[in-house]
Design a binder for this molecule. Structure first.
Ligand SMILES: [Mn+2]
Length: 329
């Protein structure tokens, strides 16, 4: 790790212009890290631009630097922008498909991945720690090794990222190191109240009402010890930026209140012939990543995602349950 951080430091010294990428459906760990890294690099005198290939709004509008994020298409970026950047940083990005399928790897620049997801390596320089609860935990370690000049804003953004990925220190991936990281960030002035407000206060009243009615779609599968939701196209019509992500969070966080079971899956319409599947478990021993891998997806042991090709929700659900029986049956 130290060797790689040294390499990162050498690369940053050389860097002229740096691009930082958000992943698909950007969450707190994506946006918090991207904006914190931007603040650090700007202090180092670098020109930095954060890019997103999809519109993001809702809770993140409250972030000061949010409006400066460039929303563009991968085609435009490949054609017009890619050459301008000597270095590209991908925080929390396990694979390029997590950015966008149309994005072309800019092989003439230095591509740097900072992450905590397991999986194949793909970038020029990778600092990945799969034992970390979040990419924020990795970035705090990097920043400390580099002895950066901390400030309240950097610390608060990383606190937001840490809270987001650990569901406020509740996921099984939360460790002593996670709490130490949080303690350190507080010592650097992180605003915990601010971070919690951004994390929790993400829904409009209409959104909360419509999400709450979707809880009625919950199916409890006693035999498989599984709770699932199947959401067809009619439920996904309000596909505003971030809608799906907030909905998945709402459903999976609420079913955590059930006394049992401890496995949850949400299958939701994504595009004609394609359904998005989100797998969750609330126990360390219950690995849902291998379930996602059946469909070429990925993620963490307790939170993974995949796409399935199906013509309707019934077919998609059947494929997901058949895969379940193959793996756990
Ligand atoms: Mn993450």
């Amino acid at each position: 790790m130290k060797d790689k951080i040294k390499k990162l430091s050498e690369q940053i010294k050389k860097a002229k212009r740096v691009a930082i990428f958000l992943h698909r459906n950007p969450d707190e760990d994506s946006i918090g890290n991207a904006l914190a890294i931007q603040l650090w690099l700007e202090k180092e005198g670098k020109r930095v631009q954060v890019f997103s290939f999809e519109k993001t709004d809702g809770q993140f509008n409250k972030l000061k630097a949010f409006s400066k994020i460039a929303v563009t298409s991968p085609q435009k970026f490949n054609k017009l922008q890619a050459k301008k950047f000597s270095h590209l940083i991908y925080p929390d990005v396990a694979s390029l498909s997590m950015i966008n399928d149309e994005f072309i790897y800019p092989s003439t620049s230095c591509n740097i991945r900072l992450d905590h997801h397991p999986g194949e390596s793909w970038a020029d320089l990778e600092i990945v720690d799969t034992t970390a609860s979040s990419t924020a935990e990795v970035v705090v370690e990097i920043f400390n090794e580099l002895k950066i000049e901390w400030d309240k804003n950097i610390a608060s953004l990383l606190m937001l990222a840490l809270i987001g990925d650990t569901l406020n220190f509740q996921t099984p991936s939360t460790t002593e190191r996670t709490f130490k990281t949080a303690g350190f960030l507080l010592s650097q002035g992180a605003d915990l109240v601010w971070a919690n407000r951004i994390y929790y206060s993400k829904l409009s009243s209409n959104e909360l009402k419509s999400y709450a009615t979707l809880l009625k779609n919950m199916e409890v599968d006693e035999k498989r010890e599984l709770v699932w939701f199947g959401l067809d196209k009619s439920y996904m019509i309000k596909d505003k930026p971030g809608y799906r992500g907030r909905l998945i969070d709402f459903l999976t966080n609420n079913v955590r209140m059930l006394s049992r079971p401890e496995r949850y899956v949400v299958v939701s319409y994504f595009e004609p012939g394609g359904y998005r599947v989100n797998f969750r478990s609330s126990k360390k021993e219950v690995d849902v990543r291998k379930w996602a891998l059946e469909f070429g997806g990925g993620g963490h042991v307790n939170a993974s995602g995949a796409m399935v090709k199906a013509d309707n929700i019934k077919q998609a659900m059947k494929m997901v349950l058949d895969a379940f029986d193959r793996i756990y049956g």
